[in-house]
Design a protein around this ligand. Structure first.
Ligand code: AMP
Ligand code: MG
Length: 274
């Protein structure tokens, strides 16, 4: 377990202040997890452990964990939610997807809707997309002036530092898939009737902008991987490797946080239930 998370961090962590070199990063994790069965077993164990740690985090009611999932269409954000948090009781996990902002959201600063969805004490919050859309799709599609986008990187860093300093650990995963894998997954959404609902013609427009998105992601990784909230780039062409990497990292983070059950200020033996 410790060996696995060390290996993951050696491969996936974006060191604060260093160039992320996204184009050189792997989309397959055979160096980390060569064996599918062993990976799935580790994921099973780690998701069980996450559930137990989550229970203590909830009982403690003191701190929170925020897991941010970013990646282009079909990169597996929904699948990660299902594969990593499926054993957690629904009480203490809160998943928030961020789509196109509403008029009300656009009438506020870009972090308004994000801060409102940040997990409260005791909760693991999972963001399916996040504040980073405001420097990704917004930048690529020119939805806000360049100088407005430019100042957001520092604003995001300050916001995440604020969360961290107020008891919320922030974990950020960029799900890194190859262009070929995206083609396959989009094709499946056309071929498989149970996946048709996921198909969105707009995704093809975004696919045409692949290089622009890659550049925008690289800028995010270069500028927003910080000591308090570092980025991990997860090789995500294989779903079982992706889930194994994220489950191991979430478990390790919760173990480091070491939530503990509160001790009562009364003695249980003083009570007799008749
Ligand atoms: P999905 O995740 O497939 O439900 O799609 C959500 C869509 O909302 C994606 O195309 C995102 O790029 C888009 N989106 C999310 N946040 C923003 C934002 N702040 N501004 C514009 N579009 C956004
Ligand atoms: Mg989509």
């Amino acid at each position: 377990m410790v060996k696995l998370t060390k290996l993951i961090d050696n491969n996936c962590l974006v060191a604060p202040g260093e160039k992320s070199q996204l184009s050189k990063r792997a989309t397959v994790a055979d160096d980390i997890l060569p064996d599918r069965q062993a990976a799935n077993e580790a994921t099973k164990e780690n998701t069980k452990a996450i559930d137990a740690l989550q229970d203590a985090l909830w009982a403690e009611h003191h701190r929170a964990l925020l897991v941010i999932l970013q990646g282009i269409d079909t990169s597996g954000k929904d699948g990660t939610v299902r594969g990593v948090f499926n054993r957690c009781g629904p009480l203490g996990v809160c998943v928030t997807p961020f789509g196109r902002p509403t008029d009300e959201e656009l009438a506020h600063d870009f972090l308004w809707r994000i801060h409102k969805a940040a997990p409260k004490k005791g909760v693991i919050g999972v963001f399916n997309r996040s504040q980073y859309e405001d420097v990704l799709v917004v930048r690529v599609r020119g939805l806000a002036p360049a100088d407005v986008v430019e100042q957001r990187y520092e604003q995001i860093n300050a916001f995440e530092k604020h969360l961290h300093d107020n008891g919320t650990r922030v974990l950020k995963f960029m799900l890194n898939i190859s262009r070929d894998e995206q083609r396959e997954r989009l094709q499946q959404r056309l071929d498989d009737p149970s996946k048709n609902w996921k198909f969105n013609a707009g995704d093809l427009e975004d696919r045409k902008l692949w290089d622009d998105y890659a550049k925008a992601y690289e800028t995010v990784l270069d500028r927003c991987s910080t000591e308090h909230a570092p980025w991990r780039v997860v090789p995500a062409d294989r779903k079982w490797q992706r889930n194994a990497i994220i489950a191991a990292t979430v478990r390790k983070t919760l173990e480091d946080m070491a939530p503990s059950y509160p001790k009562p200020d009364w003695n249980p033996s003083d009570f007799k239930i008749t």
